[in-house]
Design a protein around this ligand. Structure first.
Ligand code: GYE
Length: 306
């Protein structure tokens, strides 16, 4: 875009808007799809992207953001690995006059002037939809329904909110009880090991609620290794609806998936142009999402983009 002192001082030589983006890592299929989408959307929008992978560590994200400030990028965007601990670095960006856009995950900063907007899903709603399905599925059943929960990364917005929404929804049926709840860090390998521990320590597991597909897919391996049938002996509910998850859903190994879209790139680039131009944008922009039963997954799979 190339007007004003900020561009003259740094950023791009060819007048392109420069975005510094700090990604969480590569913990899941969702994250890979999100990264690919952002990397494709930037050049399509004529934006130069400086992409940094934090490998799941907040300190890496903080130093990446500091680096973007030093380089005087035009806009900083990031997906915060956890919600807390961002005030200082966001203040540094603000003092340097560099607008910040949150994508995918929220921060818990009280001062909302530290960022321009937050683009991403309503994770409480996702958890609620997962719980609502279980409440419906459990209607008329007598006796306790024992649920084990695989939580996402401790302290991450989607882990906090998906736990909350689910708990609120299942309160409608006192027979449904969460008997174990532990983090699997949104990763397939961790989902498998934690599920192995659940299976050893808990005699009767009726339902698994995993905060993402990957942990659910890892857990399926543990369930099968224990001689049980996923989707039948243990019902499985997950969030994301990435291709591997949808494939397992269509095959009957998962029972229900709440969609969470990773395709945030195009919207992010449009927002970057607006905030760079000084236009006002909505403080909160929600992504459009749906839910999938096994039959719906069969129908949707052939056209699934991620
Ligand atoms: O659900 C999970 C990923 O923040 C919405 O992070 C994202 C979550 C997604 O690792 O698979």
């Amino acid at each position: 875009a190339g007007c004003g002192d900020k561009d003259a001082a740094g950023g791009s030589d060819d007048g392109k808007l420069v975005m510094g983006f700090s990604q969480v890592g590569a913990e899941s299929g969702w994250r890979t799809a999100n990264t690919n989408d952002i990397k494709a959307a930037a050049p399509a929008a004529g934006i130069e992207l400086k992409f940094s992978d934090a490998q799941g560590k907040q300190e890496n994200q903080i130093s990446a953001i500091r680096g973007f400030i030093t380089q005087k990028v035009d806009v900083i965007a990031f997906s915060p690995v956890v919600t807390s601990g961002w005030d200082a670095v966001l203040k540094e960006a603000k003092d340097a006059d560099i607008p910040v856009i949150l994508t995918d995950r929220a921060v818990d900063s009280q001062d909302t002037s530290l960022y321009k907007t937050f683009l991403g899903s309503d994770f409480v709603k996702e958890g609620k939809e997962a719980g609502d399905w279980l409440v419906k599925d459990s209607a008329g059943k007598t006796g306790p329904i024992n649920v084990v929960e695989l939580q996402g990364t401790t302290g991450a917005a989607p882990a906090i909110d998906r736990q909350k929404g689910f708990a609120e929804a299942i309160a409608a049926n006192p027979n449904i009880k969460i008997v174990k709840s532990q983090t699997g860090d949104f990763k397939r390998a961790d989902g498998k090991t934690v599920m192995e521990q659940f299976l050893q320590s808990t005699p009767k597991i009726d339902v698994l609620y995993a905060h993402n597909d990957d942990m659910g897919l890892g857990a399926i391996e543990a369930i099968e290794a224990a001689g049980k049938v996923p989707g039948k002996d243990i019902k499985i509910i997950t969030v994301d609806a990435v291709k591997d998850g949808m494939t397992a859903l269509a095959a009957g190994k998962i029972n229900y998936i709440v969609e969470c879209s990773p395709l945030l790139g195009t919207q992010l680039m449009e927002l970057a142009k607006k905030v760079h131009a000084g236009e006002s944008v909505e403080q909160r922009i929600l992504t459009q999402e749906t839910t999938f039963t096994q039959e719906q997954a069969k129908a949707a799979l052939p056209d699934r983009k991620y």
